[in-house]
Design a protein around this ligand. Sequence first.
Ligand code: ATP
Ligand code: MG
Length: 299
Amino acid sequence: MLITGKGGVGRSVMTAALAKLAASRGRRVLVTEVGDEGDDYSPLARHWSRERLPRLPEPLEPNVHGCVLLARTGQELFLKSVLRSGTLARAAIGSDALRRLLSAGPSFREMGVFFQLLTALREKSGDQPAHELILIDMPATGHTLSLTGLPELLLRLVPGGPIAAALKEGQGYLNDPKQASAWIITLPETLPVSECLELIDGLKKTKMPVGGVVVNRMPSDPFSPAEREALAPLVDRHAWLGRELFKKPLVAHRELARLRSHTALPLFVTPELPHDGLIAALSRVLDTATPLPQPVGGG
Ligand SMILES: Nc1ncnc2c1ncn2[C@@H]1O[C@H](COP(=O)(O)OP(=O)(O)OP(=O)(O)O)[C@@H](O)[C@H]1O
Ligand SMILES: [Mg+2]
């Protein structure tokens, strides 16, 4: 599952809540995020009281392993599989010239991340897959699309050999809706909804199946329609503190309706929740979440 969306919408909390929920149902989960060399802090790792996730899968809690997907780790794993020697792979990746080459092309970076993911997908425990559910806290929109678009792009340039074989194998997982799906997290606000609609199109173009959309942080409305009607003229006349807050639930419903009219994907809504105990509360909400009914006449 690729957890994606605009910056700040709640991708990391959603990834953590889903990981904990699946683990509590007895699934063997691998929780990952796409990292950058030199990152020294991960908001995702914080949910397991760690500064950052380990480079290779390590247990974080019962049923949950975690690791960071890094270009360099994946490139090293790839070289190791081609050269069939860890020593040679480490020597190769340690060479300045090769390192410069690998960090110069953006596709090499994506390829590293892609290969590390493929390694995790291949990993076995006995004759079963080591990880039943792999959750990836994806980077913001543009980087997500360069990762999901990587196989098609690179296969045109390198149609044969070990890189092509790995890309085709990865494509077999990622483009199969029975095995993989992207979930888009958004907020019920204008810009995030617009970006979410663009991301749905972008993912379709890269042949990445989309499971659905989660509209996160839906505000509750403390006012009845009659109260709103009485307050609206007053609020509109004055630039009072709280005017935006008063309008927030209205904007949220308008944006939810816009999303529904533009996509037939399953839509889930998660509410604005208290900061304390957020992950546990979000897990509970997700545990019983059902998609919004489709509007009459289809979406
Ligand atoms: N349902 C919610 N209720 C209340 N607060 C929330 C909810 N979802 C997310 N938040 C808060 O919103 C903030 C952003 O969440 P998070 O870090 O998961 O977003 P992100 O998409 O991973 O952001 P980034 O782009 O920085 O990686 C956090 O402070 C988080 O606690
Ligand atoms: Mg995040």
